[in-house]
Ligand binder design. Structure first.
Ligand SMILES: Cc1cc2nc3c(=O)[nH]c(=O)nc-3n(C[C@H](O)[C@H](O)[C@H](O)COP(=O)(O)OP(=O)(O)OC[C@H]3O[C@@H](n4cnc5c(N)ncnc54)[C@H](O)[C@@H]3O)c2cc1C
Length: 508
């Protein structure tokens, strides 16, 4: 098989794994050769403009690397990837905002929560790094970058409220200030530049990339080839592969085209494949997270998750076919998504208007988005449980019974059936109106990816760091194990993006 046809084989989603990666190492013929002449030379070359890439670029600047030595490449026509459309909250354990609300938290507790959700698969040193640097990272974002935070919110699987939500209500609240800071330093990402290959020297050290300028997403042959040399290293901050159906099905065959995704269109994972071409190891590629809080009544991530993640613990999640609860509402994403997929049709979550107005609107969800959700029928309002039952064809007597029991558990602050967590100040669901959201999971996050060490260096399949190659964010694996807790990805991406730059500059 020729070098070109092998690349095509992988990119069209054919099965691959350790065996083919081993072949890549055994045969240096698969490594991209150095060009006779480099078209450009830079210092640190960063692939991707999400949290990880921007974190790496900013850190490189603060460490003194000149602006012209920092190159950020982005294949899409706009910057931000998944990060700019993200939910807009970051996990941090032990902050001033938490202290003001009397929330007791610590790095140890965050670490324990990440490990617990990870089901024994987390690479502990990576999780530890996130836990240890979560507060300094949050303070850096606020004080140095100008990110504006507005509230501490709860996400399923965490022991306490520790998700620091930004005023903008989306990842743009991080990405735009990060881009603005970079611009003020004279650093701007180059858009529509796709990286095709990682280039290594005769010692297998990464020395640059082959890219195409003027690339048009969807027109896969478009653009003009350019060879860029990177004297301080290459950082893969190119995100995950949730939008690559063939690739994700080779890891988890259930995730066929019937499952849509919350991700931006460019989350297609080719940089993970390119790193494999030069012998990089991947870990836990088949742990692909479904978001349990998306609604079939809208596209993509939508607005439902903003409602649902605040509604858990305030009202029951039920199977409309039976009127019964079927899972811990405050359970982690995997637990909930698997349970919904197992019942085989969308479920419902609801709570009373008092909770919606006091606990959700103005906190995790703006008034405007709330109205949008109602107007687009992502949320529906019913004056009574009977109205709700009639609309969704729920067995009414059972719904009443389920609701009564849930209220009892809320009063006792203890759920003997499913162990749902409850929050002080929540109103009982004993009078309408009620607000209801239908839920069906979407492919959301790739927990697996390139193996990195604690310095964000990409590891080879032989267990050694690959010289000159770094990775951070969703392109990497092992940080979260089998399940990622909400808002921990933002911390992961930014912290390891910054670590990558720190180490790359120190290493030279
Ligand atoms: C809708 C949504 C909501 C989310 N909400 C949350 C949340 O609330 N909390 C949380 O912790 N996590 C959340 N996540 C997950 C989190 O946002 C992502 O894991 C994170 O943004 C990934 O950041 P990244 O920098 O690794 O990649 P991205 O932000 O995806 O950036 C990667 C960039 O690299 C570019 N790229 C890819 N390949 C190439 C190439 N070959 N050449 C050039 N450029 C390339 C892509 O186009 C993209 O712009 C959410 C994700 C989504 C999709």
């Amino acid at each position: 098989m020729t070098n070109q046809s092998r690349r095509q084989f992988l990119k069209t989603g054919a099965l691959f794994g350790a065996a083919s990666a081993a072949a890549a190492v055994a045969s240096p013929a698969f490594s991209a050769q150095q060009p006779q002449k480099w078209d450009e030379t830079t210092g640190l070359l960063i692939i991707g403009t999400g949290f990880a890439g921007l974190g790496a670029a900013l850190e490189a600047h603060y460490l003194g690397l000149k602006s012209e030595e920092i190159t950020i490449l982005e294949k899409m026509p706009t910057a931000g990837g998944n990060s700019i459309i993200n939910g807009g909250a970051i996990a941090a354990a032990g902050t001033d905002m938490q202290a003001k609300e009397g929330i007791k938290d610590s790095a140890d507790l965050l670490y324990a929560d990440i490990l617990k959700a990870g089901g024994g698969l987390c690479h502990p040193s990576l999780a530890r790094r996130i836990a240890d640097e979560s507060v300094s990272n949050y303070e850096w974002l606020r004080d140095e970058i100008g990110v504006e935070f507005k509230a501490v919110t709860y996400h399923g699987g965490h022991s306490v409220k520790r998700s620091h939500a930004v005023k903008a209500n989306s990842g743009s609240g991080f990405v735009l200030p990060m881009l603005a800071k970079l611009k003020s330093f004279g650093i701007e990402p180059r858009l529509r530049v796709i990286v095709d290959q990682i280039i290594v020297d005769e010692n297998k050290a990464v020395v640059g990339v082959k890219a195409r300028t003027g690339y048009r997403f969807g027109k896969e042959q478009s653009g003009k080839p350019v060879y860029i040399r990177a004297t301080k290293g290459v950082v893969i901050a190119a995100g995950g592969f949730a939008q690559n159906v063939k690739y994700r099905m080779s890891q988890d065959p259930r995730l066929n085209e019937k499952f849509t995704s919350t991700n931006h269109r460019g989350a297609t994972g080719e940089m993970i494949m390119e790193a494999q071409e030069i012998g990089a190891n991947t870990v836990q590629m088949d742990w692909i997270q479904l978001g349990p809080w998306t609604s079939p009544d809208e596209q993509g991530f939508g607005v439902a998750p903003l409602f649902v993640e605040s509604a858990v613990g305030l009202g029951p999640m039920i199977d409309p076919a039976t009127g019964k609860r079927f899972i811990k509402e405050t359970g982690n994403r995997k637990v909930r998504a698997d349970a919904i997929v197992a019942i085989g049709h969308p479920c419902l979550i609801y709570t009373t208007e008092e909770n919606v107005m006091k606990q959700i609107v103005g906190k995790n969800m703006t008034q405007k988005l709330f109205e949008h959700a109602l107007n687009s029928n992502v949320l529906r309002k019913f004056n009574t449980l009977k109205e709700m039952a009639d609309f969704y064809k729920i067995p009414y007597a059972q719904l009443e019974e389920t609701n009564k029991k849930f209220n009892g558990y809320m009063t006792a602050m203890k759920d003997p059936e499913f162990d749902c967590m409850f929050f002080k100040g929540a109103a009982l669901n004993d009078k309408g109106p009620y607000y209801v959201c239908r839920l069906w999971p979407r492919v959301h996050h790739c927990m697996g990816g390139l193996e990195i060490n604690n310095n964000a260096q990409v590891m080879s399949i032989r267990g050694e760091p690959i010289k000159g190659l770094y990775a951070a964010g969703e392109a990497t694996g092992g940080v979260h194990g089998m399940d990622r807790l909400g808002t921990v990805a933002v911390a992961d991406c930014i912290i390891f993006g910054r670590v990558a730059a720190r180490h790359a500059l120190k290493a030279k």
